[in-house]
Design a protein around this ligand. Structure first.
Ligand code: CA
Ligand code: CA
Ligand code: CA
Length: 184
């Protein structure tokens, strides 16, 4: 059962809305950061925790600037679906993520790179999935996502995986959902 891009976008929204308010807000990301902090045993003032919160905050601010069209500080399901629809159009036309979207991609990479060393390991990916409350098999998803099989996700891979997440369907659909780890 292959997933469609629209379903993936909807599923990610529901997964990220951790506090179940029907919209995305900073609290959803702050919760994820807390889960990671507790699992890692970091104190609130630990440099890695602060670095991760900073990365999440930057990503969230960029997301709000791009997606929160009514400027109420929250992202509704409608805003979310409209944003991804227009991003998909642009990526399809250009064959790559437009320059203005690279900040968002860097933000995604920085959030998944939990220790901030520039690469995403299977362990970091598994922690991300737990932090957003996803119970999918992280190891299987990572193996499907790591196209060159070097055991890491680099920025170039994230860009390609994001394009596939955004656009590909049918037989070309990604074998695993980049953000939620769901199998195709
Ligand atoms: Ca809004
Ligand atoms: Ca890392
Ligand atoms: Ca890789």
């Amino acid at each position: 059962m292959a997933t469609s891009p629209v379903r993936r976008r909807q599923a990610l929204f529901l997964t990220l809305d951790q506090n179940g308010t029907g919209s995305l807000d900073w609290e959803d990301f702050a919760r994820a950061a807390e889960v990671i902090r507790e699992e890692r045993g970091w104190s609130p003032d630990h440099a890695m925790h602060q670095g991760l919160v900073h990365a999440m905050r930057e990503f969230w601010d960029e997301l709000l600037a791009r997606v929160d069209t009514d400027k109420n500080g929250r992202i509704s399901a409608t805003e979310w679906m409209q944003f991804h629809g227009s991003m998909a159009e642009e990526v399809r036309e250009l064959g790559r993520v437009p320059l203005w979207g690279l900040g968002l991609l860097q933000g995604i990479h920085a959030v998944l790179d939990i220790d901030g060393d520039g690469t995403i390991t299977p362990d970091e990916y598994a922690l991300w999935l737990r932090a957003i409350g996803s119970s999918h098999d992280a190891a299987a998803a990572f193996e499907a996502l790591d196209a060159d099989g070097d055991g890491l996700l680099g920025f170039d891979e994230i860009e390609a995986l994001y394009r596939a997440w955004l656009l590909d369907e049918g037989d070309a659909a990604p074998k695993a959902d980049l953000f939620t780890g769901a199998p195709a």
